[in-house]
Design a protein around this ligand. Structure first.
Ligand code: PLP
Ligand code: ZN
Length: 401
């Protein structure tokens, strides 16, 4: 057992570990899990790790669950880090990789957070969780809760990708749609949680989900032979993924598994919803609510993130930047990647390719810099983003030409 305590990300308050926890009782900021990293360093080795199964549970010394028998697993895999040689060459660059989270259970990286969040919830005796979602998180938590026997109350915007509704429904979650945004769903959940004493599993309102998402950073470092890349581009909504990757790298540095170098972390948003980019450009420590947000990259349509200050800090500390791209570029680059590399990725993931192109053009990324694009989910979950215009033949007709 290596968890030492829970710590408030803002005021630094320490709380006892292994408890059902929500926001900091003093200041209302997110809580983070802290480990006795000296103890981890003394007893965890790269050799021991190399012998373990290729899934996120392999990093158990840096994870918050207490007992291996509590693990709620749906067959997670270590997702591939795919070199995009052909595409990079066409851009005059080398060293471009895509971490493909589309291979996770449920087709998105949200299953990492759900696997850890639900495992810890089950271990701590939680009977019901509730959460607002843009679709993918709700779907992931629904399937893990089904396996754990925990009730899941989910509220998502009517506009959320419709496949995620089916995923929640078939897994037996109690699903509601809201005529509004994820922020509106969040208000409904907050009222329901205080009335019913459910556990609030909203983004960063409990400390364990981020520990699951952190494993993306651990995997990237391991897959690159413990040499971190120069740049990581991440499609940022609530920001848990980028905060988690940063936390992973800090912990790896502390136990001496990577050197002092940090990858420059880039928070990629959509021009239709870019509160973190705006805050960064205005040199603010936190963002403001982005009114009338809209983008086809639905997972990053988050007008105000609870952990915005943590995202901005991760970007700043690593010498990174923020950037917003248009839906047009995203659709173009999603199709280009499928055509050149055979990868059908989600629009959120494609936004990182659009950002890469812009940053390469501006010289912020050098053509030889090792760069990882984080594809957060499979394109199969967004069939409607692809405009298909194909001829229909009668059985007697021939293919023209
Ligand atoms: C939720 C989601 C995001 C945003 O993730 P955060 O870590 O909350 O910023 C990006 N892409 C997809 C596909 C998502 O479902
Ligand atoms: Zn606090």
């Amino acid at each position: 057992m290596y968890v030492s305590h829970l710590e408030c990300s803002k005021c630094g308050l320490h709380l006892e570990p292994h408890k059902i926890a929500q926001l900091c009782p003093t200041c209302g900021a997110p809580l983070l899990v802290r480990y006795d990293l000296a103890k981890v360093k003394a007893s965890f080795s790269k050799d021991a790790l190399a012998r373990r199964k290729h899934n996120l549970w392999r990093y158990r010394e840096l994870l918050p669950f207490q007992d291996e028998t509590s693990i709620i697993s749906l067959g997670e895999v270590m997702t591939p880090l795919i070199p995009l040689e052909k595409l990079a060459r066409s851009l005059g660059a080398t060293g471009l990789y895509l971490k493909d989270e589309g291979l996770n259970p449920g087709g998105t990286f949200k299953s990492r957070g759900a696997a850890m969040g639900v495992t810890c919830a089950a271990e701590l005796g939680v009977k019901a969780i509730a959460m607002p979602t843009n679709g993918n998180a709700g779907a992931a938590w629904s399937i893990y809760c089904a396996k754990a026997g925990i009730d899941a109350y989910i509220v998502m915007p009517v506009e959320a990708p419709s496949i995620t509704r089916s995923e929640c429904a078939i897994a037996g979650a109690k699903l509601y749609l809201v005529n509004g945004l994820i922020s509106d769903a969040g208000k409904i959940i907050a009222r329901a949680v205080s009335k019913n004493k459910w556990t609030d599993a909203s983004t960063l309102k409990e400390p364990y989900r981020i520990e699951g998402k952190k494993t993306m950073g651990l995997e990237i470092a391991e897959q690159l032979g413990w040499e971190v890349p120069d740049v990581i581009l991440y499609p940022t909504g609530g920001g848990v993924g980028i905060i988690g990757i940063y936390k992973a790298l800090l912990e790896l540095r502390e136990i001496g598994w990577i050197g002092d170098k940090m990858p420059r972390l880039v928070a990629v948003q959509s021009e239709g919803c870019a509160p973190i980019v705006k805050a960064w450009e205005e040199k603010q420590a936190a963002s403001e609510f982005w009114p009338d947000s809209s983008t086809i990259a639905f997972g990053i349509n988050v007008p105000k993130a609870l952990g915005d200050f943590l995202v901005l800090d991760a970007v700043k500390q690593t010498g990174g930047c923020t950037i917003a791209v248009s839906d047009e570029e995203v659709l173009h680059d999603q199709a280009e990647l499928a055509r050149t590399e055979g990868l059908f990725i989600c629009p959120e993931g494609a936004a990182t390719l659009s950002a890469y192109k812009r940053l390469l053009n501006s010289g912020w990324i050098k053509s030889g810099e090792k760069t990882v694009l984080l594809n957060t989910g499979s394109g199969l979950k967004y069939p409607n983003t692809v405009r298909v215009d194909v001829p229909v033949l009668e059985p007697s007709e021939d293919i023209p030409g």
